[in-house]
Design a binder for this molecule. Structure first.
Ligand code: ASP
Length: 616
């Protein structure tokens, strides 16, 4: 037998047992004639005691860090107990041992507080994975995986694999392509998601499908994205949006329970996309804290349903007729109240102003109002606003005395983005983004289309298989998608068409998104046409889907969750990389394997491919 126990298993009730352990040498501590060795495996650490006799053998053949060791001996109670580890009450008095393998000195310490920098740890990821801190994350990922499968199996979902070598499925990103040796000049694409396959499975009658599956997107890697990532991909037939929302809110709650022991009993809040944008400035609001936005001024076209709100603004029609040029000339003016911060010093508000002026945020300045605890106001715009107006702004922000009101003004999109980042920043400073507090939210009724200014056409906001709201189908069918006047694209009827699409948001992160699909061939063809595709093009790209829709496609819909992100949030981390065993770096490289890499001429010739890239 190689080992009788793991290194995390022995306790006081094992005293006097004869055991064999195997693992890696964490530390070696020599005290005169005796030596202590901490032996580590996936399960924990056990202290080994080498007495005088064995010590001589050790002297002749010293142990080093990360040597692989097998040791046999007796479990004894420790005189000097270590309450920090689960095996801390015992140690093994070693009778015999065998060095199973030696190790080069590791390039960094295999400890929670390692001395290894990021790059080094990624290069030696197999060593990094031995560290407790990383192992914890991989264990959590496994637990999330198990909980997901348990729930979905209970609900009658079937795990069905779909191919990786496919024809491109447009989800908005670039495809990774794989040349086909047997079909020279032709390429497979790696799936951006199994979207069309799961829809085919619905046509095939597998009405509850899921897969925890790798997806591939050749995107420029913005912070914390991976070119290959994992989704919990699901699809259901004979369902309405409500069925899907209930099913998957159930899944996430069940993961919370099984992985974190959290009873998330309240109903998941719901918000329309328009309300999310209006109230939080983005479509994935963090609702762990309030700090809702007050849109003091915005172009009426942005939120057509909010015109009354705009008109009833306490600052007058048009939102803000202040006499203050910066506000009056700006497309948007947005404010929010930061609770309890009216005592911010000049230095602090100056620092915040610098924060919003950083290129990543890109604002020209920051206005503020301090609503002091004694009820008085102090503002950076005192010259333009009398107390009555300052108060009106404060009221619009639902502020209280003692709050600091921050105001940004500028071009619409940039300002909205900046204000939502500032809101998150302030929440972070106030300690309101607690990693152990979880708040879920459904965002609903997304726009079906987005305007692509570069190409002057409509693109699908989610993907081209998403159905419009039934009440908007007529608008889609009866209007020409062509945009005559690019500057006025928002006036085109398509700008207001809403999709039967939903996102699940957790603590300000989009963790899942999906939609009710189009399932009739004619409507799908109309959709492709709306996206500017000719009939030939849509047939070339999607004949398989359009064809399948001819054979009794049931109404269906689905969702996919970002598995890596879900794990990261549950693990209280901002970085998905920490939860992936072998992640890529920000340049999409696997630094352990040194991939991507060139391939040799012979392989290229076989593929009938010529590389025109310059050799480094
Ligand atoms: N395939 C979609 C995505 O990856 C999700 C879905 O619509 O089910 O975003």
């Amino acid at each position: 037998m190689f080992r009788t126990h793991t290194c995390g298993e022995l306790r006081i009730n094992n005293i006097n047992s004869e055991v064999i352990l195997a693992g890696w040498v964490q530390t070696v501590r020599k005290f005169g004639a005796i030596t202590f060795v901490d032996l580590r495996d996936r399960y924990g650490i056990t202290q080994l005691l080498f007495g005088e006799e064995l010590n001589q053998q050790l002297d002749a053949n010293p142990l080093g860090r990360e040597f692989v060791l097998q040791a046999a001996g007796t479990v004894h109670e420790r005189s000097n107990k270590n309450p920090n580890i689960t095996t801390g009450d015992i140690e093994i008095s070693v009778r015999s041992f065998k060095i199973l393998n030696r190790s080069a000195t590791p390039p960094f310490t295999i400890q929670d507080d390692t001395d290894g920098g990021d790059d080094l740890r990624m290069k030696y990821r197999f060593l990094d994975l031995r560290r407790n801190a990383v192992k914890k994350n991989i264990e959590l990922r496994h637990a999330v995986n198990r909980a997901t499968r348990n729930y979905l199996h209970q609900q009658g979902f079937m795990d069905i694999e779909t191919p990786f070598l496919i024809k491109s499925t447009p989800e908005g990103a670039r495809d990774f392509v794989v040349p086909s040796r047997m079909n020279p000049g032709q390429f497979y694409a790696l799936p951006q998601s199994p979207q069309t396959f799961k829809q085919h499975l619905m046509v095939s009658g597998y009405d509850r499908y899921y897969q925890i599956v790798k997806c591939f997107r050749d995107e420029d890697l913005r912070a914390d994205r991976q070119p290959e990532f994992t989704q919990i991909d699901c699809e259901m037939a004979f369902v309405e949006q409500e069925d899907i929302l209930n099913m998957f809110e159930g899944m996430v709650k069940s993961i919370f329970k099984e992985v974190k022991g959290i009873d998330y009993s309240e109903k998941v809040e719901r918000m329309t996309w328009e309300d999310a944008m209006w109230t939080y400035g983005n479509d994935k609001p963090d609702i762990r804290f309030e700090m809702k936005l007050a849109n003091l001024k915005f172009p009426a076209h942005t939120f057509p349903n909010k015109i009354e709100m705009l008109q009833s603004s306490p600052l007058g029609t048009g939102g803000l007729n202040s006499g203050f040029g910066v506000f009056d000339n700006a497309e948007t003016v947005i404010a929010f109240a930061v609770p309890g911060c009216s005592e911010y010093s000049r230095k602090q508000t100056d620092e915040l102003t610098e924060w919003v002026k950083r290129p990543q945020i890109g604002m020209g300045g920051l206005g503020f109002i301090k609503w002091n605890k004694d009820g008085s106001y102090k503002s950076s715009m005192d010259k333009f606003f009398n107390e009555e107006k300052l108060k009106a702004i404060a009221v619009a922000c639902s502020a209280s005395a003692g709050d600091l009101i921050l105001i940004l003004a500028g071009p619409e999109e940039r300002t909205r983005k900046a204000v939502s980042e500032l809101r998150m920043e302030m929440a972070g400073r106030l300690g309101l983004r607690k990693s152990e507090e979880f708040k879920l939210l459904w965002v609903l009724d997304f726009p079906l289309f987005e305007y692509d200014a570069g190409e002057n056409r409509w693109v699908a906001r989610h993907h081209p298989f998403t159905s419009p709201k039934p009440s908007d189908i007529e608008t889609m069918i009866n209007n020409d998608p062509v945009i005559d006047n690019a500057a006025e694209y928002l006036k085109h009827p398509y700008a207001n068409i809403k999709a039967n699409a939903y996102d699940m948001v957790l603590n300000g992160n989009e963790i899942g998104g999906g939609s009710i699909r189009i399932y009739q061939r004619e409507l799908q063809e109309k959709m492709f046409a709306a996206l500017g595709m000719s009939k030939e093009e849509s047939l070339h790209k999607f004949s398989f889907l359009l064809g399948a829709f001819e054979y009794g496609a049931p109404p269906h819909g689905g969702i996919a969750f970002g598995f890596d992100r879900l794990c990261a949030i549950l693990g209280g981390s901002e970085s998905i990389r920490d939860f992936i065993a072998f992640p890529k770096n920000n340049a999409g490289r696997d630094v352990m394997l040194d991939a991507p890499a060139t391939i040799d001429e012979k392989q290229l010739n076989e593929l009938q491919i010529k590389s025109i890239a310059k050799k480094e």
